[in-house]
Design a protein around this ligand. Structure first.
Ligand SMILES: C[S@@+](CC[C@H](N)C(=O)[O-])C[C@H]1O[C@@H](n2cnc3c(N)ncnc32)[C@H](O)[C@@H]1O
Length: 188
């Protein structure tokens, strides 16, 4: 399990510390969740794509719907009474969900001392806040998504405002000097 876009590069699941009860925010293929499950973590995931969730269930038939939940992460966190020792996201829901909504919900469902770890590409200089993008071409009915990009300093402020105290936000260098790095957030 890696947090960057460069395969065997950067830190791995040790960033989750000694958390056992873990939630993945936007699990996509399910590969990170499976990696942790195989190592004894009590890990669940939530993803809003019905097609993606169906594919994950097909790919890993041994894993039930209880671990691969299909929902918007905000609804899931808002409606569950469970708490988790860590939540994480690898280029996942933390990138695509307004942090002004998401971070407070995450903080509420983390147990005391619990941590949030996530990664995504760094912001393009000058492009901060919600960044819109059409999907599937520019003709026909509009389909689009929003990503949320901030400087490391702004991420730090957002996390502290949501109740996180111990916050580290950095840009990990790519394995090849000058290539796109990875924004990595660790907070508790
Ligand atoms: C770029 S993919 C990465 C997935 C995963 N980390 C992987 O490597 O396979 C982003 C995922 O986040 C999910 N996602 C985006 N916004 C979400 C939200 N608000 N709630 C739940 N899942 C969300 C998408 O459906 C997608 O599967």
């Amino acid at each position: 399990m890696r947090w960057t876009q460069y395969g065997d590069h950067g830190p791995g699941h040790e960033l989750l510390g000694d958390a056992q009860r873990v939630l993945e925010l936007g699990f996509g293929t399910g590969r990170h969740l499976m990696f942790l499950l195989e190592r004894g973590f009590d890990v669940r995931g939530v993803d809003l794509s019905p097609l993606g969730v169906a594919l994950a269930l097909e790919r890993y038939p041994e894993v039930g719907k209880s671990r691969f939940a299909c929902a918007d992460v905000r609804d899931y966190l808002d409606s569950t009474s469970e708490s988790f020792e860590a939540m994480y996201s690898v280029f996942g829901a933390c990138w695509f969900t307004d942090p002004h909504d998401l971070l407070t919900l995450v903080r509420k469902r983390l147990s005391p001392g619990g941590r949030l770890v996530f990664s995504q590409p760094p912001a393009i200089p000058g492009c901060y806040g919600p960044q819109g993008m059409f999907k599937g071409g520019f003709a026909g009915e509009p389909m689009f998504l929003r990503r949320y990009d901030y400087t490391p300093e702004a991420w730090g402020e957002l996390l502290r405002a949501a109740g996180f105290h111990d916050v580290e936000v950095l840009i990990l260098d790519a394995p090849v000097a000058g290539n796109i790095g990875t924004l990595l957030v660790r907070s508790s």
